[in-house]
Ligand binder design. Structure first.
Ligand code: SF4
Ligand code: SF4
Length: 395
């Protein structure tokens, strides 16, 4: 008797259309929820945002980062305000949901700027033909995003392979991978690298916000004047009503910081229909560097905690955040527990001052280590999201 036919191969991933429909339904439910889980996380103080990079536009990498971050259970994924990048984030989230259907769908946040002086919105650039062929290429080695690729090629009839000063360098910056950290600029011994700053086109941002797959926007501002913020806000118009959360990312500019924040809040109030968040930006794009990198964002939090006239909204740390951030917050007395009390069926909660943390370079460092094994990386990323684990232990 002939053996029974083998069972059809088990499909690991649902069709993209089915997954997208499910994601849409999840978003629809979220929109109708009184307390979206992301907001509950901000209230408790255990919100985690993962940053792909305001200028990082390598769609394949963004998709994989988003897949892993979603499986790790983050609340929000922050990415460049670019249609293909947003598509890649959503694809990563969809694939994660097809692997673990119960996974929480993180909010998708797009980052824009009102002023080209914000360091997140720049790209490194150089002409490799200007580089000495025997340069040891420290730029390539220091780049945390593998965004520089250089190769020495021979020029016919004018070289010897064994002579390092012969030939020429080819390649350069892989623009879509550069997220503007600036580390290559300072290591180039010949000062060949320039930083090209830019401002995201508000017209394209308006189009993005009208799609149904963007949940939040983050406006980076330098704190050096409200005019540019007001202009961008006006250009975004009613499109801002399509998102659930509006974040403003800014550095600590000293005594004028709170007045600046209040002025911005006054501008936003005219259209503020969702939630708002203040991202306290410390030392941009440096979380992977080490312990000291987190100092500035924690100092910013300490500064604001002493100001009684700070504007309403959630507060979240970013810029240099890493495994030392929670320890630093604890030392500063800002790692506060949340108290819940139920009375007559109504739940009251005391909101944590710091709603959560955004991780960028620190999380990416783990990703780079384990990118060849996404499942393993998902586990690792879950481990580094110690914010949530600490909070659980703390309660
Ligand atoms: S600015 Fe940073 S990310 Fe961009 S190429 Fe230089 S080192 Fe790499
Ligand atoms: S370090 Fe400077 S000179 Fe050397 S390869 Fe890089 S850009 Fe060129």
């Amino acid at each position: 008797m002939a053996p029974p036919p083998p069972p059809p191969p088990r499909l690991l991933l649902a069709s993209h259309a089915a997954v997208r429909a499910a994601a849409s339904a999840r978003r629809g439910r979220l929109a109708g929820d009184h307390h979206p889980p992301q907001v509950a996380a901000l209230r408790r103080g255990d919100w985690v945002k993962l940053i792909c990079g305001a200028s990082f536009e390598d769609a394949a990498d963004v998709r994989n980062l988003s897949l892993v971050y979603t499986l790790a259970g983050v609340d929000c994924i922050d990415c460049a305000a670019d249609a293909s990048v947003v598509g890649a984030v959503n694809e990563g989230i969809d694939v994660a949901a097809s692997i673990v259907p119960s996974v929480q769908s993180p909010w998708v946040m797009v980052s824009v700027n009102d002023d080209c002086r914000d360091l997140h919105f720049r790209k490194a650039e150089f002409d490799p033909e200007d580089c000495p062929p025997d340069c040891s290429k420290p730029c390539e080695k220091v780049c945390p995003a593998d965004a520089i690729s250089l190769e020495r090629v021979m020029i016919e009839g004018k070289h010897s392979q064994s002579d390092p000063s012969s030939g020429k360098l080819e390649g350069g910056v892989i623009t879509e991978r550069c997220y503007g950290c600036g580390r290559c600029l300072s290591v180039c011994p010949y000062d060949r690298i320039r930083a090209m700053s830019y401002v995201r086109d508000p017209t394209k941002t308006v189009e993005l916000l009208k799609r149904n797959d963007v949940d939040a926007i983050e406006i980076h501002t330098t704190g050096k004047g409200t005019d540019m913020f007001n202009t961008l806000w006006s250009n975004l118009g009613d499109s801002i009503n399509n998102v659930k959360l509006i974040a403003v990312s800014l550095p600590d500019v000293g005594d004028s910081t709170v007045n600046f924040m209040n002025a911005i809040y006054t501008t936003m109030q005219s259209h503020l229909q969702g939630y708002n968040l203040w991202q306290l930006d410390g030392r941009p794009m440096s979380g992977d560097i080490g312990r000291g990198a987190t100092r500035e964002t924690v100092s910013f939090a300490v500064h604001l905690s002493s100001m009684s006239n700070r504007p309403p909204g959630f507060y979240q740390l970013a810029g240099g955040t890493n495994s030392y951030t929670i320890e630093s917050l604890k030392k500063a007395g800002l790692f506060q527990s949340t108290t819940f009390a139920a009375t007559s069926g109504v739940t009251y909660c005391q909101q944590a001052f710091i709603g959560g943390i955004a991780y960028g370079g620190y999380a990416r460092k783990f990703y780079a280590k384990y990118q060849h094994n996404l499942a393993m990386h998902a586990l690792r990323t879950t481990q580094i999201i110690s914010w949530k684990r600490y909070k659980k232990l703390y309660h």
